[in-house]
Design a protein around this ligand. Structure first.
Ligand code: KG4
Ligand code: ZN
Length: 376
């Protein structure tokens, strides 16, 4: 079954064709990052306009790369939420229009469910290439960690006539900022660029991660919840009124004068050792917290499979620490490739496929939801 997936929940316009929920025939992503960069964050109104401009081209490109025409597509899957309402609406309306006009089935997919399927999709892709690769078996604990979300789920699959019905039980989530949001805000404060995650990931190895002790993040109530606003504020207090703030201001001014593309090395050369130490210590504290709570969730639910996904899953230190922590506990941690970690439509097509084979169909009432809980 060929599923065309569409994803427009934030600032990436994406379309992909996936065969039988596991073979990626095309995966096209048009990023708006350069458009939003000058504002230091996603501007919702601009994001929806950009989706409108690009969706046709992106879908055409996905079909072209997959070597199929629209009539060869069996079903459509579109992200219905959570996300920016104006952005989501573009994809939902476009997907509905295609499915209705062609008389083909359509399903709405939760963006977080998509991210979880990105790991399973990657695992199938790797095992196809090399059967010796370990299988990501369920039940598993999944950490979905991105610019908009930091959530833990217990993921299981019930076999129903040879078809997998996936179940998601929420275990914890952030009470304030998402981890990616904290990376982006710290990078903005220090004038390191946007998005903050990749640049901090790149700069951190040049600093001393033990230089600043942020302490452990304490949570009252559910120990599997997250909170990153405290550490973000702690960084702010260490910068405000100090030479670090002056240094950031110098970088901000320099950025405005540069017309060529700024590389991570250009930024590093304009960072003092104290700034690099702060960045490294911040990343270390966030990564440790993410790993510790996820391992605790796996322990509490007696599972040995961990699925880490979302934009922050690109982080090199996070990948290393999860691999170490999992090995030490005879658990296995799985990640998507970098292109499947950030927002994409292949994950939406894959998640949609399983819903479609389970008989799920959206009707004309399908609409966009800014908030859409998964598994509640
Ligand atoms: O999943 P995603 O593309 O969009 C959302 O659904 O939010 O994630 C984007 C987020 C941004 O906050 C970005 O800074 C973060 O992922 N990110 C990273 C890295 N690459 C992207 N954070 C830490 N380290 C990275 N290497
Ligand atoms: Zn996402």
């Amino acid at each position: 079954m060929l599923v065309l997936g569409i994803e427009t929940s934030c600032d990436e316009t994406a379309a992909a064709v996936v065969a039988d929920g596991e073979r990626i025939l095309s995966n096209v992503v048009a990023s708006q990052v350069l458009t939003h960069e000058k504002y230091g964050g996603v501007v919702p109104e601009i994001a929806s306009r950009e989706h409108l401009k690009k969706i046709d081209l992106v879908v055409d490109e996905a079909l072209l790369q997959a070597g199929v025409t629209l009539s060869g597509i069996d079903s459509f899957a579109v992200t219905e939420g959570p996300g920016l309402i104006g952005s989501l609406l573009v994809g939902v309306v476009y997907g509905k229009g295609l499915a209705l006009s062609l008389g083909k089935p359509l399903v709405g997919v939760n963006h977080l469910e998509g991210h979880i399927h990105a790991v399973l999709l990657e695992n199938k892709r790797q095992r196809e290439a090399d059967p010796a690769v370990e299988e990501a078996t369920l039940p598993a604990v999944s950490l979905v960690v991105s610019g908009g979300h930091t959530s833990l789920f217990l993921v299981s699959a019930l076999q129903d006539n040879g078809r997998a019905r996936f179940k998601y039980a929420p275990l914890g989530k952030t009470r304030d900022d998402a981890a990616g949001e904290a990376f982006d805000k710290v990078a903005k404060l220090l004038a390191l660029g946007y998005p903050g995650g990749p640049v901090i990931d790149w700069l951190a190895p040049f600093g001393n991660a033990r230089a600043v002790d942020f302490g452990r993040i304490k949570m009252r109530g559910n120990p599997l919840d997250f909170s990153f606003s405290g550490i973000k504020t702690a960084v702010l207090y260490r910068v405000r009124g100090t030479t670090l703030a002056e240094e950031a201001e110098t970088r901000r001014t320099w950025r405005k004068t540069v017309t060529a593309r700024i590389t991570a090395d250009d930024i590093r050369l304009r960072c003092s050792a104290a700034t690099l130490d702060l960045v490294a210590s911040f990343q270390n504290a966030v990564v440790n917290d993410l790993v510790e709570r996820t391992i605790a969730a796996a322990d509490a639910n007696a599972v040995s499979t961990i699925l880490v996904t979302g934009g922050v899953a690109c982080n090199s230190l996070l990948r290393t620490r999860f691999a170490e922590a999992a090995r030490a506990r005879a658990m296995s941690a799985f990640f998507p490739s970098l292109d499947l970690s950030t927002d994409n439509a292949a994950m939406i097509a894959a998640a949609g496929y399983h819903k479609l084979v389970a008989g799920e169909r959206a009707n004309t009432a399908l609409t966009a939801h800014a908030t859409l809980p998964l598994g509640q």
